[in-house]
Design a protein around this ligand. Structure first.
Ligand code: ADP
Ligand code: MG
Length: 273
C-alpha cells in the first residue's frame, strides 16, 4: 500500500477555461489526518477529484512512494475513495446491502468474499439493522454511513470526506468523525477531511488552507488558527469561540466594552480601605 503521495506543482483547468487549482505542491502521508479548509469555490472538490482519479492534473504531476507516477484508479489497491456531499446522487442500489456490495461485485470478487467484506463493513459502520432498507428511505446521516461502508468494503488506501460535516448536525458529525478516525487509526486508512468550517477539523494532524485554487496556509491546527484571522481573504468560517474572541478584540467592540467597564461601579469597592 502506498505510504505517501506528492502533488508537484499541480494545477487543474476545467474545459471551459476555469483554472480551479494552480501550483499546489503538498505531501500527504498515510499516517496523518489531513484537514483541507477553504471557502466555497477555492478548489477543494477539484483537489478531491484529482486524488480520486476522477480528474487528471492539467499541470504538474502526482507521485507516490519512490517517485513513481501516481494515477489513482478506483479498482486498484491504491484506491482513494471520496465520500462527498449530495449522497443521494451517489447511491445506486435498492438495498443497503447491495449498495455496500456493489463495487465488490463490479470488481468480480468471489461471492464468499463479497459476503464477508460486506458484512464486515456493515458492522463497522453500525448498519446491520438497516441492511435490507432502501437507501432512498434513510436519513442523510444514514446515507452517508452507507457510502462510508461501501468505501470501507473496498479497503481503500485513503479515505477523503468532502463537506460531509456541513450535511450533519453537530452530534452526527462528531459520530461520523470518530468512526473515520478509528478507520484511520485501526485500519490504516489515510484520511483527508475537506470542509469550509475550520471547527470540523480541529483534530487534524495537519491543515491546508486553500484560497483561489492555491495553498495559502499550511501547518498544525494551532498554526492555522493563529494566522487565519489575519487573512480575511481566505473567507474560512472560524470556530465560534475564536470568532467571538476576534469580535471582542475588534476596535469598536473594545471601545464599547472599555466605556462600560469605566462606567460600572466596582462591586465591594466601598468596603476597601
Ligand atoms: P470548492 O469545492 O472549494 O467549493 P471547486 O473545486 O468545486 O471548489 O471549484 C473550484 C472552481 O472551479 C470554482 O471556480 C468552480 O466554479 C469551478 N468548477 C468546479 N467544477 C467545475 C466544472 N465541472 N466545470 C467548470 N468549472 C468548475
Ligand atoms: Mg466542494
Amino acid at each position: 500500500m502506498i505510504q505517501r503521495i506528492w502533488l508537484e506543482a499541480v494545477g487543474f483547468t476545467y474545459p471551459d477555461g476555469v483554472r480551479a487549482l494552480h501550483d499546489v505542491s503538498v505531501m500527504l502521508s498515510h499516517d496523518e489526518f489531513v484537514g483541507i479548509v477553504g471557502a466555497n469555490g477555492s478548489g477543494k472538490s477539484t483537489l478531491a477529484g484529482l486524488l480520486q482519479g476522477r480528474l487528471a492534473p492539467t499541470e504538474g504531476a502526482l507521485r507516490a512512494d519512490g517517485g513513481r507516477p501516481f494515477s489513482p484508479r478506483p479498482d486498484t489497491a491504491d484506491a482513494i475513495v471520496v465520500v462527498g456531499a449530495d449522497p443521494e446522487s451517489q447511491l445506486l442500489a435498492t438495498s443497503v446491502f447491495d449498495e455496500v456490495a456493489f463495487a465488490l461485485r463490479a470488481a468480480r470478487l468471489a461471492a464468499s468474499e463479497v459476503l464477508a467484506r460486506t458484512h464486515a463493513a456493515l458492522r463497522r459502520c453500525d448498519l446491520v439493522g438497516l441492511a435490507a432498507r432502501h437507501p432512498g428511505s434513510l436519513s442523510v446521516g444514514e446515507q452517508l454511513r452507507v457510502l462510508l461502508a461501501a468505501a470501507v468494503a473496498r479497503r481503500p488506501a485513503w479515505l477523503v470526506l468532502d463537506e460531509v460535516g456541513s450535511m450533519l448536525d453537530n452530534q452526527r458529525w462528531r459520530d461520523m468523525l470518530s468512526l473515520v478516525l478509528s478507520l484511520h487509526e485501526e485500519d490504516q486508512m489515510g484520511l483527508v477531511v475537506i470542509t469550509h468550517r475550520l471547527e470540523d477539523i480541529l483534530d487534524a494532524d495537519r491543515v491546508l488552507a486553500l484560497a483561489e485554487g492555491a495553498v495559502a496556509l499550511e501547518g498544525t491546527v494551532g498554526d492555522v488558527l493563529a494566522r487565519i484571522s489575519s487573512r480575511p481573504e481566505l473567507r474560512v468560517a472560524l470556530p465560534l469561540a475564536l470568532a467571538v474572541g476576534e469580535l471582542v478584540r475588534s476596535e469598536p467592540i473594545r471601545a464599547l466594552l472599555t466605556a462600560q467597564v469605566q462606567r460600572a461601579p466596582v462591586a465591594g469597592a466601598s468596603r476597601e480601605p
